[in-house]
Write a protein that binds this ligand. Structure first.
Ligand code: GLU
Length: 505
């Protein structure tokens, strides 16, 4: 049977690291087995719907290079791929469950539900659920006479359909990562399957659609584990048990200190992104930073995520997407949560920056430089040389401006005192003479510049070290950067002389 997997997000906001990792593991598994990767938008909860979130999710997948084979945009054999557009088909399945006694109709109003929760508050102070115990006290098709139910429905009284969870049954499922997991059915509430507006809830829709779309493997975050017994029973009650996908519940991505799930707030607090790309929330008007805008290469981001919860079984840590496809297996995914480490994420990015061809890297860095310079006429050949000179100092694409701004704009000399403290007539003479020599230099390149500098230093009775630091500060503005002659070569004769003159005039 052809492997078919799905990523089934609800379009409610930014795409968290954990979500992208779910996409990635689905993608790798599908490609490894020559299967299909489906993107299904689970937008049945109208209250949580956020404008723009679906497009954003698709853009994130595109940026990561993890594009689905079937999606709302691409279409496919099981269209539509947006659950809101599939609304009419779920009702029949809900009715089938009612007819077979596995589900029932409930008329309770929000006030009645509230009253029940208050009245039957448990000793441990947790709210009672709508379950095998309380259902008998509520207004539903199990407690009301059939004629009353028919009458209420006839009159258009709003109702929901709930699953009738069995009492004292052990529901088991075999998880590809965790092995066999058992649940006590008595502890699970009678989840709503179909809402009063006729929309299914996630529980009904996920089972119906995984069945109709012939999904063979369902991988999702560990936070969905408590819902699993409901889903297993629904597969069984619908008579589809032999078609049930194999499950894998992926471990959580934890805060850097390992204490709990990594949240957007941790990112804000600790200064790193948790979303794949910048997310603008239309409800709050706030923008949350993403890995892309922070200057991550998508390949590095994907490689880092692959290792967050999965172990390749070898020492190596750097893998291209194709290599990951070759070696990925769900059995090597850890059971325990994976701590997120931003320094390690930056290490991955640094490695990818090192190994990216300068011409390709220059195109990636260009928007960051253009943004700072406010000038779109950046010469790409020059940028290519610059990235080659400074890439070993950069962990993020945003670092290129900080490490290389002086190639594009005359720097402010922040360390003038360092030069002036040790300034003397000899140095003044050296630099003024060198300026005139530079005016006449015909081969403007690193080696010629170095030779001319060394020669003159000897003539002036100076050591090389005496002139290098002042020269660096003149050209860069501070005590950092790549080799000074390489810098001079790139910025050119006129600019080099101008920067020296600024100090010697
Ligand atoms: N719609 C669910 C979510 O938002 C999907 C969970 C699943 O994959 O079953 O994550």
């Amino acid at each position: 049977m052809k492997v078919r997997v799905r990523f089934a997000p609800s379009p409610t906001g930014g795409l968290h690291l954990g979500g992208v990792r779910t996409v990635l593991y689905n993608y790798l598994f599908a490609r490894h087995h020559g299967g299909d990767f489906v993107l299904r938008i689970e937008d049945t909860d109208q209250n949580r719907f956020v404008e723009g979130a679906e497009q954003y999710i698709m853009d994130c997948l595109k940026w990561c290079g993890l594009e689905p084979d079937e999606s709302p945009l691409k279409g496919g054999p099981y269209t539509p791929y947006r659950q809101s557009e599939r609304k009419p088909l779920y009702k029949d399945y809900a009715e089938q469950l009612i007819d077979s006694g596995y589900a029932y109709i409930a008329f309770d109003t929000p006030e009645e539900l509230e009253k029940m929760r208050a009245e039957y508050r448990r000793d441990d102070n947790t709210n009672p659920q709508y379950d095998h115990f309380t259902r008998g006290l509520m207004r539903n098709s199990l407690t009301l006479p059939a004629e009353t139910v028919a009458e209420l429905v006839e009159k258009g009284t709003p109702y929901v359909v709930r699953i009738k969870m069995p009492e004292n049954e052990t529901v088991t499922l075999t998880d590809m990562i965790r092995g066999e997991i058992s649940f006590d059915s008595s502890l699970v509430d009678d989840k709503v399957l179909l809402k009063a507006d006729g929309m299914p809830t996630y529980h009904l829709a996920v089972v119906v659609d995984d069945y109709l779309m012939k999904i063979t493997h369902a991988f999702r975050g560990e936070e969905w584990l408590p819902s699993a017994p409901v889903h297993v029973l629904l597969w069984q009650y619908m008579g589809w048990k032999e078609h049930m996908p194999q499950w894998a519940h992926l471990p959580l991505i934890l805060k850097p200190d390992g204490n709990g799930k990594l949240s957007k707030r941790d990112g804000d607090r600790l200064g790193f992104p948790v979303f794949a790309m910048n997310w603008f929330d239309p409800k709050t008007g706030e923008t949350t930073k993403g890995f892309r805008e922070m200057g991550f290469l998508p390949q590095a981001f994907v490689n880092m995520l692959a290792m967050l919860g999965w172990n390749p079984g070898v020492e190596k840590e750097l893998f291209s997407l194709d290599e990951l496809v070759q070696i990925f297996s769900m059995e090597r995914v850890h059971k325990g949560g994976a701590k997120f480490n931003f320094e390690k994420a930056k290490w991955f990015n640094h490695q990818y920056i090192q190994h990216t061809d300068n011409a390709v890297l220059a195109e990636m860095v260009k928007p960051y430089i253009v943004k700072e310079l406010g000038d779109g006429n950046m010469e790409i050949g020059k940028l290519e040389k610059v990235v080659g000179l400074i890439k070993d100092r950069c962990h993020l694409l945003t670092d290129f401006w900080e490490q290389g701004h002086f190639f594009f704009a005359t720097p402010e000399i922040k360390e003038l005192a360092v030069i002036k403290d040790k300034w003397n007539d000899q140095k003044q003479q050296f630099f003024t003479t060198w300026q005139s020599k530079l005016e006449l230099l015909t081969d403007w390149n690193h080696d010629a510049l170095e030779a001319s500098c060394n020669e003159l230093a000897v003539e002036c009775g100076l050591k090389k070290g005496d002139v290098m630091l002042p020269l660096r500060i003149m050209l860069v503005g501070g005590k950092y950067g790549p080799g000074v002659f390489a810098i001079a070569e790139v910025i050119g004769k006129e600019e080099t002389i101008k920067r020296i003159k600024f100090v010697t005039r």
